[in-house]
Design a protein around this ligand. Structure first.
Ligand code: MSP
Length: 509
């Protein structure tokens, strides 16, 4: 069985700098990518920027900059975000990259050669903010269903024969009922397609910031057609013999926000069917972050810059909070109160405290070494101590939650292990045994060190930096963290030197 795994984020519009919503989408993908790597998969994790279209051209004008200078600058901010957030993306594609433009042009030619593109005139509503066309029936109070302003557009346009794919799409959804996660969004997509599909305008002539249509260069490609192809141009398309393409297409997961599910679950599969290319395996759609109960918007002045948050609270504190706080798939509410209580109540009190108190005891009472128990005792404690016996099951449960896209719940399970370990240390009170039963004290501290090691391994996809720090305290220096190391055969070596522990998560105010 192939152990390859390809996951993508949406590519981000560069009309503005990154906010907490865009950081969230990429973070979820980072957690999954790291998780799969830790499981032994060969992973490709792609992100990037969507740089063409009217919205971007307008933003550059407003900023009084040449469009290319403007997009270069903002795209760089998204690259910086990847570094600041410790994202492990393997590639960063820009739609202004030559490799992308070439691939998108070839993709267009395929659709044309296969008879799915024709020329006509588009007359209808367009929302620049969404870069989307809307039917008359969708317009309410003069606005798009998303609340975006619309304008009436009449221009010569190329069309994609989307209507030819209604039945094929419905048949595909029927055979692949999990194509869209969550189910409720799959149902919305099916309902939309059942109502009938109109051919889609796929070129514009009223501005020029885009990829020229091959053979008719007064047209530029519709930005969504251009953008969606990034998922294959990043693999080398049209070279379908490239190593990456052969290994990674079709994608395992296209992660998207709920607002762009329609483009990925309807247009993209139809384009791919028309080009005779395999369809991605799953579109996973997440909810939105609200800020103290309100939609995030420039006009409300409540847009949160993730880099500022990281500076204020620490990187892993923010990574943890974003994954933990939102029930995946639903909207979540960002508030300082919940942020503080997750950091203090969970990271600092449960995980940080466990590591700090245990390793300080070990450092002081075991000569700065992993407690020197006899090697033969290791398998004995793995059999007799429930807390160690359970690690295999915990790992299995965490994997199950990740595969079910319940990322917040996977953290629940890991946190329970920390809670159990805190109870264990209280119950066993190893500090009280120093004078009376030093061998028992060493055994208990060894068990706790092992639990902490496994806890750090399980937490690695979520909070990699802190996890590596904990492993370093334990004297370990894994070149890569894998779940294989959760096995007893990788247990800590008694007598091995450890490093002096320090605080991992600082409490807030
Ligand atoms: N460029 C398109 C995607 C093209 S993919 C071929 C686009 N870009 S975007 O920058 O507007 O949005 C990118 C992602 O950020 C989307 O998945 C969107 O749902 C997500 N978010 C934007 N605001 C958000 C929140 N407030 N909360 C969570 N995610 C949000 O759409």
């Amino acid at each position: 069985m192939s152990k390859n795994f390809y996951i993508t984020t949406p590519i981000y519009y560069v009309n503005d700098i990154p906010h907490i919503g865009s950081a969230y989408t990429t973070l979820v993908c980072d957690v999954i990518a790291r998780f799969k790597r830790a499981e032994g998969y060969d992973v490709k994790f792609l992100t990037g920027t969507d740089e063409h279209g009217q919205k971007i051209e307008n933003a550059a004008k407003k900023n009084k900059q040449k469009t290319i200078d403007f997009v270069n600058q903002i795209s760089e901010r998204f690259k910086t975000l990847c570094k600041v957030m410790n994202f492990s993306n393997d590639d960063f594609i820009r739609t202004t990259d030559l490799r992308h433009k070439k691939g998108a042009i070839e993709f267009w030619k395929r659709l044309k050669d296969n008879g799915y593109i024709y020329k006509g005139e588009y007359s209808g509503w367009y929302a620049v903010k969404d870069e989307a066309f809307y039917a008359d029936s969708e317009i309410k109070d003069g606005k798009a269903p998303t609340g975006a302003e619309v304008e009436w557009v009449t221009e010569e346009s190329y069309f994609f024969k989307l209507s030819a794919f209604q039945e094929k799409l419905l048949a595909f959804y029927k055979h692949n009922p999990d194509f869209v996660y969550p189910k409720s969004r799959m149902n919305e997509v099916i309902k939309f397609v059942e109502q009938g599909l109109e051919d889609l305008s796929i070129s514009r002539t009223s501005f020029s910031w885009g990829i020229p249509v091959p053979g008719d260069e007064k047209h530029v490609m519709y930005v969504w057609l251009d953008a969606l192809t990034n998922y294959i141009t990043a693999l080398g398309f049209p070279n379908t013999e490239s190593l990456d393409y052969k290994k990674f297409w079709p994608a395992d997961i296209h992660m998207v926000g709920k607002d762009i599910t329609r483009f990925h679950a309807i247009y993209w599969p139809a384009f791919l069917m028309a080009a005779n290319i395999k369809l991605p395996k799953q579109i996973v759609s997440h909810g939105w972050w609200l800020i103290e109960g309100e939609k995030m918007s420039k006009s409300l002045g409540n847009v949160i810059n993730p880099i500022n948050l990281v500076q204020e609270y620490g990187l892993d504190e923010i990574r943890y909070y974003l994954i933990r706080e939102i029930p995946f798939g639903q909207d979540g509410n960002f508030s300082n109160t919940t942020l503080h209580s997750r950091i203090n109540g969970e990271l600092a009190n449960k995980i940080g405290n466990l590591v700090q108190r245990t390793l300080t005891l070990v450092f002081k009472n075991c000569d700065g070494k992993i407690p020197q128990i006899q090697e033969s005792l290791i398998s004995q404690v793995y059999d007799s101590e429930e807390i160690l016996r359970n690690i295999k099951t915990i790992c299995h449960q965490v994997r199950e939650k990740i595969d079910q896209h319940q990322y917040n719940k996977s953290l629940d399970i890991i946190l329970k292990l920390a809670e159990r370990a805190n109870e264990y240390i209280d119950e066993k009170a190893p500090w009280s045994l120093k004078e009376t039963d030093i061998e028992e004290m060493k055994k208990i501290l060894y068990v706790l060190c092992e639990v902490i090691r496994c806890l750090a391994v399980l937490l690695w996809p979520f909070i990699p930096h802190s996890s590596e720090k904990i492993l370093h305290f334990l004297g370990l220096n894994y070149s890569e963290v894998t779940f294989e190391t959760l096995h007893q055969k990788f247990a800590l070596i008694p007598g091995q030197a450890i490093n002096k522990p320090s605080i991992i998560f600082k409490k807030i105010g």
